[in-house]
Design a protein around this ligand. Structure first.
Ligand code: GLY
Length: 408
């Protein structure tokens, strides 16, 4: 589908079929998939390839991050998880050979005390009700799988379908694939959305350059509700949720340190350890409602190291190479907002919260479909931004209000 509005644009305005605002992994996958479908696609971002993916651990944790009340989101998470092997292969081809570090390693969620164990048993029951595959293991069986685990581990859940990718490599590959697919990059901040005749019509960059487009996709993560020119009634209800993450290095002499992702809830806080094949060990993550603050704090680092140390005491031997904080784009029901808004021409691809990396393949496919055909695929329809419009019948994709409690 090509633009029918290239005539009629003011002289000097640069036009495309689709303008994606935001160059994190969600904006990039949307632009790549749209360009693959033959849409003339532009993307505006001062530093494409940056954003939360530079911090995220990259767990594909549909099973071990299951939460009560999020069964509809589970369907989307699983649909995206299933696509990852093929997506990784296709992206390697399209990017000229860049590997995104997809690793089918599985995950072990463990319990350190009786409360954790009860919690994990409840999660296991919920997983079974949802038809998910996971296996209960004794503490000894957990340590047989992962000998670096603390002797005090009381039991665990083995989820062989929860894998990982390296989000930094994912961003780099998407950037290259976009460039090769002909996406036009505008490396500048967007000053405001342009609305003409009751339709989203493009954007103005901070340089003053005007970009015209038939359709606009807003994919600016935690900032998605804050674009000037966005009519208040379509501004997505997105908030930033801070996550502090550490990176350690496993020297060759210690390898293999962990063979799969290990995670737990320690005193009510999530901690996970994600071992990469290249020797990096990612430890995350705090979850803090502190606005746009991205300070790495002594308290955050201390708590992550303390909790990770309770699980895997040997981490204290490893070099600490990086500490960083990022912002998850949280939505009122913890699920993404995908597709058309009440403003004609404006689509959203935002609100992915804890699942941005996991949901990257399915988001690209859903947005490309709606941009070319006008229809969201069935699996993405529950995630329409219209569920938050005034007068919408329900507050969430499952037809129920958001539930914040978590099991893991
Ligand atoms: N999905 C991991 C996190 O949000 O910390």
């Amino acid at each position: 589908m090509h633009s029918s509005t290239s005539t009629g644009r003011p002289p000097g305005e640069r036009g495309s079929d689709v303008l994606v605002i935001g160059g994190g992994i969600i904006g990039l996958v949307t632009a790549w998939r749209a360009a693959q479908r033959g849409l003339r696609t532009a993307l505006a971002d001062p530093a494409p390839g940056g954003g939360a993916a530079q911090v995220a651990a990259g767990m594909l944790a549909a099973v071990t991050e299951l939460h009560y009340g999020e069964e509809t989101l589970l369907g989307l998470n699983l649909a995206s998880a299933r696509r990852y092997p093929q997506f990784a292969a296709e992206l390697a081809e399209a990017s000229g050979g860049l590997d995104i570090g997809f690793r089918a390693c599985g995950t072990l969620a463990v319990a350190l005390d009786a409360d954790d164990r009860t919690h994990l048993r409840e999660l296991h029951a919920l997983q079974r009700r949802c038809g998910l595959e996971s296996e209960w293991l004794s503490g000894r069986e957990c340590r047989r799988l992962e000998p670096m685990l603390a002797p005090g581990v009381r039991g665990g859940l083995r989820a062989d379908g929860d894998h990982q990718v390296d989000p930094r490599r994912l961003a780099a590959a998407l950037l290259a694939a976009c460039a090769r697919a002909g996406v036009v990059f505008h490396r500048a901040a967007v000053e405001r959305l342009t609305v003409t005749g009751g339709r989203a019509a493009g954007a103005v960059l901070d340089s003053g350059t005007r970009l015209a487009a038939d359709q606009v996709v807003l994919a600016t993560g935690s900032l998605s509700g804050r674009l000037d020119g966005l009519p208040p009634e379509v501004a997505p209800p997105i908030r930033p949720v801070k996550g502090q993450v550490l990176r350690l290095r496993v020297p060759g002499a210690y390898a293999p340190f962990l063979t799969r992702t290990v995670r737990a809830v320690v005193r009510g806080s999530q901690v996970y350890l994600v071992p990469r094949e290249n020797g990096e060990l990612v430890i995350g993550a705090t979850s803090e409602e502190l606005g746009w603050d991205t300070t790495v704090t002594a308290g955050g680092v201390y708590e992550l190291l303390r909790d990770a140390h309770e699980l895997v005491p040997g981490i204290t031997e490893l070099p600490l190479t990086e500490t960083r904080a990022g912002l998850r784009p949280g939505s009122p029901d913890n699920a993404p907002l995908l597709g058309p808004t009440e403003l004609p021409g404006l689509h959203l691809a935002t609100g992915h919260y804890r699942n941005g990396v996991l949901l990257t393949p399915v988001t690209g496919d859903a947005l490309a479909e709606v941009l070319t055909t006008g229809e969201l695929p069935a699996e993405a329809r529950p995630f329409t931004p219209r569920r938050f419009s005034a007068g919408a019948p329900s507050a969430g994709p499952a037809g129920r209000t958001a539930r914040e409690e978590s099991l893991v």
